[in-house]
Design a protein around this ligand. Structure first.
Ligand code: GLU
Length: 310
């Protein structure tokens, strides 16, 4: 089977170096496996999408030297590669889940759930205690969210980089939202429907999404689609070990490039963070691909060398 990977940014702002690392790793993994790499624009959270951000992301990925086999600027028969153009697919998936009895309408507020849930908060926040599961409300109840009925038991995801990851989704998260109260499709639903429809064989992305993989695995199962492999890469931190998001806007790709950094310096710095090359190496994308190694993906975090910011 041909390897198919993807990079799936959300156009909520400019790409930062952590995003660039995820894009490079997804790209390198696909190229090393002799496969295809897709670019999918995840603009489904309409309130968080920023005008012009999608175009900026395409421009910055190109500036870095990444050329995807398909994407919003290179459509093929698996597209469209922009989620807001795929609502009919998400609707069809909801209909499939509804027909299988896997959905229910939920009118609980966030506060209701927090108050009803005495358990410690899991990956999705407070565990959903199942309040509306048996209420038998019509799925088209106005103002209701749609939740997915989670089966009991541990879900095991064999992560290619992080190792086996086990989560009791029912016990830690509970029945989770697949269509929000405001009518928007939830991230987990859209990402699974698209990965299945686009034939993605392995999901490579940041370690911050590792705890989403079990929920997504259950949705693949429920939709009758094969689960892809998962490979969650280390989170990038600054030279001081602190999260990049908390730092100034200077770490956006655009900011660094317009301050005079070259793409090869930035790719080299990301390679150095992973231990693929010494700090200060200039590396083009092909050089990064040649050095990429799954073993370098094992740490939970990797730190940028200090020279990127000078
Ligand atoms: N769109 C998500 C993000 O930018 C990533 C989704 C995924 O890779 O599954 O955080």
């Amino acid at each position: 089977m041909t390897y198919v990977g993807r990079y799936a940014p959300s156009p909520t702002g400019e790409l930062h170096l952590g995003n660039a690392l995820a894009a490079l790793c997804a790209y390198a993994r696909a190229r090393q496996e002799g496969g295809r790499i897709l670019l999918r624009m995840e603009d489904i959270d309409e309130a968080r999408t920023r005008p012009g951000a999608a175009e900026g992301i395409l421009r910055d990925l190109r500036a870095l030297g990444l050329h995807f086999d398909a994407g919003p600027d290179r459509e093929d028969e698996y597209g469209p590669y922009t989620q807001t153009l795929r609502y009919d697919r998400y609707e069809a998936a909801l209909a499939q889940l509804a027909a299988a009895g896997r959905l229910f309408a939920c009118t609980c507020s966030r506060k209701d759930i927090q108050e009803a849930s005495s358990a410690p908060h899991g990956p999705g926040g407070a565990r959903y205690p199942g309040t509306c599961r048996g209420a038998g409300r019509a799925l088209d109840t106005p103002g209701a969210a749609l939740r997915f009925v989670v089966p009991p038991g541990d879900v095991v995801v064999e992560d290619a980089f992080a190792g086996a990851y086990v989560q009791d989704v029912s016990g830690e998260v509970g029945d989770f939202v697949v269509r929000r109260k405001d009518g928007l499709y939830a991230y987990h639903l859209a990402v699974v429907v698209d990965d299945a429809a686009m034939g993605v064989t392995e999901v490579v992305r940041g370690r911050d999404l590792l705890d989403s993989a079990p929920r997504q695995a259950l949705l693949f199962d429920a939709l009758g689609a094969a689960r892809p492999g998962f490979g969650h890469i280390p989170l990038l931190v600054g030279p001081d070990g602190k999260r990049l998001e908390k730092r100034s806007g200077a770490q956006t790709l655009r900011g660094l490039l317009s301050a005079g950094a070259s793409a090869a310096q930035l790719v080299g710095a990301l390679g150095a963070a992973l231990g693929l090359c010494p700090a200060g190496t200039a590396l083009d994308v092909d050089g990064f691909v040649a050095r990429f190694s799954p073993d370098a993906m094992r740490p939970e975090t990797v730190a940028l060398p200090a020279d990127v910011f000078t």
